[in-house]
Ligand binder design. Structure first.
Ligand SMILES: NC(=O)C1=CN([C@@H]2O[C@H](COP(=O)(O)OP(=O)(O)OC[C@H]3O[C@@H](n4cnc5c(N)ncnc54)[C@H](OP(=O)(O)O)[C@@H]3O)[C@@H](O)[C@H]2O)C=CC1
Ligand SMILES: N=C(CCC(=O)O)C(=O)O
Length: 460
């Protein structure tokens, strides 16, 4: 069905004109949302060659539809701190796109969370989830709550208040949240308990990243970090490179970072540095991961405490400085825009061979240009870090079937998924005239799957 649109002379409208026109509308409709604009521009620019071959997407105004969330919910989150003082935070959930499945995406608790952050993460999630091959749509949520320094009791009271509101909008076949920055096993547990209390029934599939004792999946904790390394392994292999014997720098020291370090080391790499939001550690012998895990996952300490146990190591204040350390492979696994143009140039000058984005949008667009212009192997976030949400979808499948797979079974599925994502990105890049550019490949491969489903389902 061809719907006539304002583009009545489609043949003269190039894909770039169409993209530019819609992007201007996006900026006007979403003023000052810089992170959201950044991710939209990257994805839109990748899609230009698609419209030349598929004018039907322009005729159906697919960009105008896909960039506008199906709904964005904000809500008040009141809670009482340990001194009896009432605190108020703002909660969000963007239910971005359900063309290929229920909304699926993490929850981020961090003081910087706002509509722009949630929409950038949610828009990115649509295409990431499509790349996994799993039946999951795109969503994301969170709150401007800072978990750092809060007691377990305060975390519980905040998450219970947050879920009291969010529970109105989610369900195992509607919207399934999970973890992200500031939302780990502890927070997921409290969220699940409150949801179960409100629902009055046991809906295991309402959240993923659950504890193993109440419906969680083996390998989910490791999945994002492992998956990033599995994706990189595919990319390196094609160039005769490997993690074995490579020097690696990994930013962050949270869930994604820790398990990227673990898998890289298992493959024979020497991981010499990691960071947190206050600074980074450098250990020329290779990081002692057991120490990092205990400091971060058990004692909830700053990464600076590492040097008290390993005095030969160095702690430097300021997390940005980590990119001055010479390495073969950089794995940014902390947060958005952590690698800028200056850091990218420094990495390249120091002998960088490959980048794997474990975090969401960790490289600025200028940094990506530096990597691609210097033929650095670049694994973009929506492809490289899709292992987490992919195993979340496997957790949903296990919950639906009321069974549990072994660690090895899930890990094998994860490896297959990451290999397929890599192949699909390579093929899409070649097919649309950008061989080797996995940014373009990932965006096109993810977009086409969602766009075709949207067209099949009519103008809704
Ligand atoms: N968890 C998941 O399943 C997935 C997560 N991701 C992405 O991976 C990244 C890390 O997430 P995750 O490991 O889950 O989160 P965690 O909260 O477990 O860890 C986040 C890490 O990044 C650091 N960090 C956070 N904000 C900043 C900042 N502004 N500057 C420097 N460092 C910072 C934190 O340091 P500090 O402790 O000092 O705050 C911490 O070391 C995020 O971009 C997330 O969106 C992507 C796919 C899946
Ligand atoms: N935070 C995540 C994981 C989302 C999920 O597992 O639903 C991401 O893909 O960015």
């Amino acid at each position: 069905m061809t719907i006539s649109t304002k583009h009545n002379d489609i043949e003269t409208i190039t894909g770039q004109n169409y993209v530019n026109e819609v992007f201007e509308t996006v900026k006007k409709r979403n003023p000052n949302e810089t992170e959201f604009h950044q991710v939209v521009k990257e994805i839109f620019d990748s899609l230009v060659p698609v419209f030349a071959r598929h004018p039907e997407y322009m005729e159906q105004s697919i960009l105008e539809r896909i960039v506008e969330p199906e709904r964005l919910i904000t809500f008040r989150v009141p809670w009482v701190d340990d001194w009896g003082k009432v605190q108020v935070n703002r909660g969000f959930r963007v239910q971005y796109n359900s063309a290929i499945g229920p909304y699926k995406g993490g929850l981020r608790f961090h003081p910087t969370v706002n509509a722009s952050i949630i929409k950038f993460l949610g828009f990115e999630q649509i295409f990431k989830n499509a790349l996994t091959g799993q039946p999951i749509g795109g969503g994301k949520g969170g709150a401007d709550f800072d978990p750092k320094g809060k007691s377990d009791a305060e975390i519980m009271r905040f998450t219970q208040s947050f879920m009291t509101e969010l529970s109105r909008h989610i369900g195992p076949d509607i919207d399934v949240p999970a973890g992200d920055i500031g939302v780990g096993a502890r927070e997921i547990g409290f969220l699940f308990g409150q949801y179960k209390r409100i629902r009055g029934g046991y809906e295991a599939g309402i959240l993923t990243g659950k504890g193993l004792g109440y419906g969680g999946s083996l390998t989910r904790t490791e999945a994002t970090g492992y998956g990033t390394v599995y994706f990189m392994q595919e990319m390196l292999k094609e160039k005769g490179l490997s993690f074995k014997g490579s020097t690696v720098v990994v930013s962050g020291s949270g869930n994604v970072s820790i398990y990227a370090i673990e898998k890289a080391a298992q493959l024979g790499a020497k991981v010499v540095a990691c960071s947190d939001s206050e600074g980074y550690i450098f250990d020329s012998n290779g990081l002692n991961l057991e120490t990092v895990k205990r400091l971060k996952e058990v004692e909830r300490k700053r990464i600076s405490a590492y040097v008290e146990e390993h005095p030969h190591a160095k702690y430097v204040q300021g997390s940005d400085g980590i990119w001055s350390i010479p390495c073969d492979i950089a794995l940014p696994c902390a947060t958005q825009n952590e690698i800028n143009k200056k850091s990218a140039k420094m990495l390249v000058a120091n002998g960088l061979k490959a980048v794997g984005e474990g975090a969401n949008m960790p490289s600025t667009s200028e940094a990506i240009d530096v990597f691609l212009d210097n033929q650095i192997l670049f694994a973009p976030a929506k492809a490289a870090n899709a292992g987490g949400v992919a195993v979340s979808a496997l957790e949903m499948a296990q919950n639906s079937a009321r069974l549990s797979w072994t660690f090895e079974e899930v890990d094998a599925k994860l490896q297959d998924i990451m290999t397929n994502i890599y192949r699909n990105c390579v093929e899409a890049a070649e097919d649309y005239g950008h061989p080797g550019n996995l940014v373009v490949g990932a965006n096109i491969a993810g977009f086409k799957k969602v766009a075709d489903a949207m067209i099949a389902q009519g103008v809704i």
